[in-house]
Design a protein around this ligand. Structure first.
Ligand code: 4NP
Length: 147
């Protein structure tokens, strides 16, 4: 990844399960490498605005040494295209929903699927999915840092 791409927004549906993990993990790794990147996250849905991440995401991150409890959910909106260099969406629905709000080609070019050939499954309905989702996101974050 270009070194100037340093403001990154992670997007999922609720902004309480997947994107807070991606936000916390990538910020942690970037900080450890002294990259000076700023990571944040948002949701395409507005149900959880202002809330902490899901307790199960907080817990799994904590078990891997990362504190995401200070995060608060925000609703994705078009103004965020101006603030970020790169916008990663956790699944294809989020991708479509974000692209729908793009105002021009500059906005559109910033949007990518977080997993180049797939989706991060939504763990919301299955407590046992949080650990595998953490590991999946962690692997991809390592790749992003390496590039
Ligand atoms: P997330 O998971 O998109 O990974 O934050 C979800 C959280 C909440 C809901 C859906 C998905 N919900 O419908 O409230």
């Amino acid at each position: 990844m270009d070194m100037e791409k340093k403001k990154i927004l992670m997007v999922c549906l609720g902004n309480i399960c997947r994107s807070p993990l991606a936000h916390g993990i990538l910020q942690h790794m970037a900080d450890e490498c002294g990259l000076g990147w700023e990571i944040d996250s948002a949701g395409t849905g507005n149900w959880h605005v202002g809330q902490q991440p899901d307790k199960r995401s907080i817990r799994v991150a904590e078990s891997h040494g990362i504190d995401i409890s200070g995060q608060r959910a925000q609703h994705f909106n078009a103004a965020l295209f101006d603030e970020y260099d790169l916008i990663y969406t956790m699944d294809r629905n989020n991708y479509k929903d974000v692209l729908r709000l793009a105002r021009n080609e500059t906005d559109r070019k910033k949007v990518q699927l977080f997993l180049p050939d797939g989706e991060v499954p939504d763990p919301y309905w299955d407590d046992n999915e949080f650990e595998p989702v953490f590991l999946l996101i962690e692997e991809r974050c390592k790749d992003i840092i390496r590039k």
